[in-house]
Design a protein around this ligand. Structure first.
Ligand code: AMP
Ligand code: ZN
Length: 286
C-alpha cells in the first residue's frame, strides 16, 4: 500500500483502520522511495492487531531493452523493487530517499515546463503546494496529475497519464533511477527482502525476455517477485507463480492501494496468509 508519505491519499496511520474494516489480516506499506510513513503505520497496525510489513518501493533502472547495447540510453518499462521488512532508519535507505528526491525535484519542473509548452497553464508551485498540504516530500507524476484534474485540463488522474504523463506521452520526462544492484543492496543493508514489483510493468518483450531479466536480478540478490497485483490477470499470476517456482524465488502480492489516486480497492487482491508466513521465515533466516 501507499500513503501520503509518497503518492497515496491516505495518511499512514489510517491505513490500518481501513485494512481492519476490509477484513485484511496483514499489510505492507511500501511508499515510493521513502520509509517516512512506517513508524506511524506500524503503531496503528499494532493497535488494530494487524500484521505489518514495513517496506519501501525503490525506483530502479530497468536497463536497455533487449537487442540494445549495454551502454544504450534507451529505456522501456518500469522496474520497481520492493523492500519488505526493512528498518525504516537504515542509513543507506535514507540516502536512497535523498537521491530519489533530488532526481524528482529536477524532473518535476521539467514536466511542468513541457505542459506549459503544450498550452497547459499550471505552475510548479501549485504541485508543491498540493504535496505540502499532504505532508509529502516525495512528489510524483500523480501529484501533477491531480493539479491537472483540479484545473479542469483532464477528467481524471488516469486521463492525465494517458494524455500527458505516461512514458511516451508529450509531457513525459524520465528521471534518474537507482541501478538495480544498488537498490537491492540498500534493501538488504536495511535487513529487508528485495522483491520485483508488478513484473508486468517491466514491459518485457516475451516470457523468455522476462525470465532472462529476472535471472539477472536474482544474480544481483533478488529474493522474490510480486505475482498477485491489481495489474495482473489470472493468466499472468499463474505465469509469474510458475516462474518464481522455477527460479526458486519467493512470491508476494498486494492491491497497490493508492487511496483515491488509483481505481484500486483496498483488500482487492486475495493473498493467502501462507505467502506472508513464507516471507517471514525467509526474512528471519540468517
Ligand atoms: P513517478 O514516480 O513520479 O514517476 O510516478 C509514478 C507513479 O505514477 C506510479 O507509481 C503510479 O502510482 C502512477 N502511475 C504511473 N503510470 C500511471 C498511469 N498510466 N495511470 C495512473 N497512474 C500511473
Ligand atoms: Zn510500483
Amino acid at each position: 500500500m501507499h500513503s501520503t508519505a509518497s503518492d497515496g491519499t491516505t495518511p499512514p496511520q489510517d491505513l490500518a483502520t481501513l485494512a481492519k474494516a476490509a477484513g485484511v489480516a496483514a499489510i505492507a506499506l511500501t511508499d515510493h522511495d521513502t520509509t517516512e510513513g512506517l513508524p506511524a503505520c506500524a503503531e496503528a497496525c499494532a493497535r488494530q492487531k494487524i500484521a505489518f510489513v514495513p517496506g519501501i518501493e525503490v525506483s530502479a533502472d530497468p536497463g536497455p531493452p533487449p537487442g540494445e547495447p549495454a551502454d544504450s540510453p534507451i529505456r522501456r518499462g518500469t522496474l520497481h523493487i520492493l523492500g519488505l521488512f526493512v528498518r525504516h532508519d537504515d542509513p543507506l535507505l535514507l540516502a536512497v530517499r535523498e537521491r530519489m528526491r533530488e532526481a524528482r525535484d529536477s524532473r518535476n519542473p521539467a514536466i511542468v515546463g513541457k505542459l506549459n509548452e503544450l498550452g497547459v497553464s499550471i505552475r510548479y508551485e501549485e504541485v508543491t503546494t498540493l504535496a505540502a498540504t499532504q505532508g509529502t516530500q516525495i512528489i510524483g507524476r500523480p501529484h501533477i496529475a491531480q493539479v491537472l484534474v483540479e484545473k479542469g485540463y483532464v477528467k481524471s488522474v488516469q486521463d492525465a497519464f494517458a494524455r500527458y504523463l505516461r512514458q511516451g506521452a508529450p509531457a513525459y520526462v524520465r528521471r534518474d533511477r537507482l541501478p538495480a544492484d544498488e537498490a537491492i543492496d540498500a534493501i538488504h543493508h536495511a535487513g529487508g527482502l528485495a522483491i520485483m514489483a508488478h513484473p508486468v510493468q517491466l514491459g518485457a518483450a516475451d516470457p523468455d525476455d522476462l525470465e532472462h531479466r529476472v535471472i539477472r536480478l536474482k544474480e544481483l540478490g533478488l529474493d522474490g517477485i510480486e505475482t498477485r497485483h491489481s495489474d495482473h490477470t489470472a493468466n499472468l499470476v499463474a505465469r509469474f507463480e510458475a516462474l518464481a517456482a522455477k527460479l526458486n524465488l519467493l512470491t508476494t502480492g498486494g492491491s497497490d492501494f493508492h487511496g483515491s489516486r488509483k481505481p484500486v480497492e483496498l483488500g482487492s487482491q486475495r493473498v493467502p496468509m501462507a505467502v506472508y508466513e513464507r516471507l517471514q521465515v525467509a526474512w528471519r533466516r540468517p
